[in-house]
Design a protein around this ligand. Structure first.
Ligand SMILES: [Zn+2]
Length: 306
């Protein structure tokens, strides 16, 4: 274990480029533990970005990473959004073709409906163009979405005609609370994790449910890539940096939930290969991995005290 964090020889004050985007980097510590928590350096990429494991809460975090302001600029970059895709888009075609985005949205709606009755008011945080919101509305949930990207929410409002808000969840103040809040593939992007979870806690009714999904570093795929990096056999694995700044497992999610007064009630893992049937070797393997929490993503359902 490292006794002290090593200083980086990257220039922190000047814009640098990663993944085609430019921004200013900052060093960080574990987002869930006091600054004195000692991290373990797992490996450092050829670009000198470090990937650390916190032995206290079990999260993996990236340091240095882009500052919050630089991340906001990256997410509002028009060049990274394919808005022309939605010009010919229709719900019926999406449903009949059953592409991956449909299957994932449909299965997530079915998961939410295991916990909440029809007519429940729910909020999808980080909704992007609102595909989950649309599918939830089609299945009887009173769903709305919020996303910091005005470009994406405008596409959803205009093309899908669904209730989406543009802005930060931290500044969202509706006159009502929700029975369910979704954070699908959101937390790995957010610098201030505790702040967003506490805000979701405030927005939920007593007894309400939080549904979240994040990358699972205990999944077979990420585990293999991580060990190959540590052995020096692979140089390019970066957990999705600069987009992703954290990776989780069941223990780190439990730590996060309990630290924010939620009680975890179920964990699952989800795969890129998830289909709407169990046919084919990949689908069968995906179901097996899901059962043992070995897939690419981990899903947690947690409850606010009644
Ligand atoms: Zn920690």
């Amino acid at each position: 274990m490292l006794k002290c964090r090593k200083r980086f020889d990257i220039d922190m004050g000047k814009p640098v480029k990663f993944g085609g985007f430019e921004g200013i980097l900052e060093e960080t510590t574990c987002p869930l533990c006091p600054p004195e928590a000692i991290p373990r350096l797992l490996f450092k990429g050829p670009d000198k970005i470090g990937f650390y494991h916190c032995s206290n809460c079990n999260i993996i975090y990236v340091s240095p990473r882009f500052r919050k302001e630089s991340l906001s600029e990256i997410y509002e970059n028009k060049d990274s959004i394919n808005s022309s895709f939605y010009e010919e888009w229709s719900y019926d075609t999406w449903k009949s073709n059953k592409d991956r985005s449909y299957i994932v949205s449909y299965q997530k709606v079915m998961l939410v409906k295991e916990f909440l009755p029809e007519g429940s008011r729910v909020l999808d945080v980080g909704c992007a163009t609102g595909l989950f919101v649309l599918e939830a509305l089609k299945h009887g949930l009173r769903c709305e979405g919020i996303d910091p990207s005005s470009i994406l929410t405008e596409i959803g409002q205009k093309t899908l005609k669904i209730p989406l808000h543009s802005g930060s969840i931290g500044e969202f103040s509706p006159r009502y609370q929700f029975k369910g809040i979704m954070l699908w593939d959101v937390l790995e992007h957010i610098p201030d994790l505790m702040h967003i979870i506490k805000k979701c806690h405030d927005l939920l009714e007593p007894g309400g449910f939080l549904f979240l999904q994040v990358p699972n570093y205990k999944g077979v795929s990420d585990s293999c890539k991580m060990y190959m990096c540590r052995l020096g056999l692979k140089r390019s694995f970066n957990f999705g940096f600069p987009w992703h700044i954290y990776a989780f497992d069941r223990r780190s999610l439990s730590y996060l939930m309990k630290a924010s007064k939620f009680s975890p009630v179920r964990f699952e893992s989800w795969s890129h290969f998830l289909k709407d049937n169990n046919e084919g070797i990949l689908s069968r393997a995906a179901m097996l991995f899901k059962r043992f929490c070995l897939s690419d993503y981990i899903t947690c359902i947690a409850k606010k005290a009644a």
